[in-house]
Design a protein around this ligand. Sequence first.
Ligand code: ZN
Ligand code: ZN
Length: 342
Amino acid sequence: MGDDLDAVRIMFAANSPARAAFEYILAHAKAASFRFVLRTNEVRAVELQRPDRKLNPFAIQAQANHLNFYLRRPILSEHPGLFEAAVATFGPVKPNRLGEYRTHLKDVAEVDAMLAFLRNHDAWPSKRSDRRFVAETFERLTGEHFLHSARRLAAGFKDHPFGPSTDYDLLFDGMRLPPKAVFGLAASEALGFPVKPENFSAGESMVCFRMLRASGYQIVAKGESDTIDPSLISDEDRSWSEGRPRLVTHLRRERGTGLGRAKRDQFRATHGYLYCERCGMDPVSTFGSDVGEACIEVHHHSTHVAEMDDGHQTRLEDLQCLCANCHRVTHRELKAQLTGLH
Ligand SMILES: [Zn+2]
Ligand SMILES: [Zn+2]
């Protein structure tokens, strides 16, 4: 992530609620235009700096299972009575020599209570637009997060705060899913806390659509047909699949659903590099540079023709990495098998 706070993150126990609480407060601080000042001398802490750089009103210090949250002198001086109100809400503290208020926050709910308290006292921005996370917050989302959330939604998962889509659909494995929900569930998984509809917006040119498209998903306006983006289909594909619904379904599973990207990522993670599973060709050593990887395509490899019907859910194991040549030959064989012709 581009915020250089890993020196602070490292202090938290892995997957601890405190770590999620830390990400939660950072996302809200960035949304509210605070800057971060890193302190790594005696303690691992980050100070929140107001955009005018005049004040560092808050500081967060990382511990294994909680974070210490400080109301620093500047904010206490600016808001008379804030110290006493904090004592009344979060309990008494022994003031340190700087006269700051310090409390432990151990999970997202406790951070939420603190943010609500500060907003109530005008010590934290309270406009709705200050809850819209900046693009950088979503940098850690990967194709795998998107695939996982698309799968859950396709399987009927409904226990989330994202409504049905009003204007756009995301095409996934023969289904139409609400893009905002796909992105929101993926973000919640990646960030470790529930991301709400108010934290980002969906729509053309927004980070949500940009990232989903970069991961290989097609997003279309409602009512627009779910034919595959013509740029993803070659003349060879077109003549191969013409008039054969099963072959069209086959192409739809391979192209523009995000599955291909996820398969390539998984294959690279498992084997260290991409190669053709049919002829063994290693494009990077053959062509001498990473651009050679462009010739590795993802093929929906189904032994049973029944699996090519619309209701079947594609698993990554159903997909195969093939070089362009082998993919073409494999498609010809598939057509011959379906038509009995050669
Ligand atoms: Zn090959
Ligand atoms: Zn194929």
